[in-house]
Design a protein. Structure first.
Length: 274
């Protein structure tokens, strides 16, 4: 017996009540009876929970950047980096499933596919990967379309970073600041020049220098997640078509070529020795 520990929860909220574990632990409902379907469902549900938290932290980072309050922004982005590590690590668990294991229950998925994850699209939109086509799978859900379309039409985290640079007096081209936010940001030499001022004078612009490196970490981890996704899919289904009609591995390889913050990479080539 442990003195003082509560044991009677007939009329009190317990740990399981607070976390709603009854709902959480009954949300896995395999359809095939195959052993590995539970693994598949659990990994994807866990990733969706991490993505929910990641979007929550991205909201905070963007909000604070908008207010020129970079310390809480950095804290949120630091947490995002830890979440991304969990997302990347999840593929290691899923990759223990063999092609034979997956094919035993694949038909149970019907037309469902990770391509349809609205939380993943929300992250991409906030990173700046704008594509109106990606809204289409969610047209039947106004509750999802509302916030997703707002993210699609609103500024990305990189747009907010460039606005911050401009407010600090750095030479971000006006055309970039006034661009159509529903389009993907394209590399701009003027933006590279603005970041070069930050990188070549880190003592004078240290918080912007730190912001730049936080954004590089964000993209680096996101691309690592994409790569691990692609290799896990290739390992399990080869080059079959995806369950939702996507091209599968070839599609996932294609998106690896699409970065988010191009000038933060190109600026490294043009920096001068101090």
């Amino acid at each position: 017996m442990v003195e003082g520990v509560e044991t009677d929860f007939a009329k009190r909220m317990s740990y399981g009540d607070y976390l709603r574990l009854d709902q959480l632990l009954t949300a896995q409902a395999p359809l095939s009876g195959q052993h590995d379907e539970l693994l598949f469902i659990t990994i994807h549900q866990v990733q969706e929970l991490w993505m929910k938290l990641l979007n929550h932290e991205m909201d905070l980072a963007i909000e604070n950047m908008r207010r020129d309050e970079l310390r809480p922004c950095f804290k949120a982005l630091s947490r995002v980096s830890r979440i991304q590590a969990q997302l990347i690590g999840a593929w290691d668990v899923l990759s223990t499933m063999t092609p034979h294991d997956y094919l035993a229950f694949r038909a149970s998925l019907g037309s469902s596919s990770g391509f349809q994850s609205w939380q993943y699209r929300m992250i991409e939109f906030r990173m700046g990967a704008k594509d109106e086509f990606m809204l289409r799978p969610h047209r039947h859900r106004p509750d999802i379309m509302g916030p997703l379309e707002a993210a699609y039409r609103g500024p990305s985290i990189y747009d907010e970073a460039l606005r911050l640079l401009a407010r600090r007096g750095l030479p971000v081209p006006q055309a970039v600041l006034e661009r159509d936010l529903t389009k993907r940001h394209e590399a701009d030499e003027g933006v590279t020049a603005a970041w070069a001022v930050v990188y070549e004078n880190p003592e004078a612009h240290f918080d912007l220098y730190e912001l730049a490196e936080e954004l590089v970490d964000l993209e680096d981890a996101f691309q690592t997640w994409r790569f691990r996704h692609m290799k896990t899919v290739e390992r399990i289904i080869g080059h079959r078509m995806g369950t939702g009609g996507s091209a599968g591995v070839s599609y996932l390889k294609g998106v690896l070529e699409r970065g988010f913050f191009p000038e933060l990479w190109s600026v490294r080539t043009r920096l001068k020795a101090r």
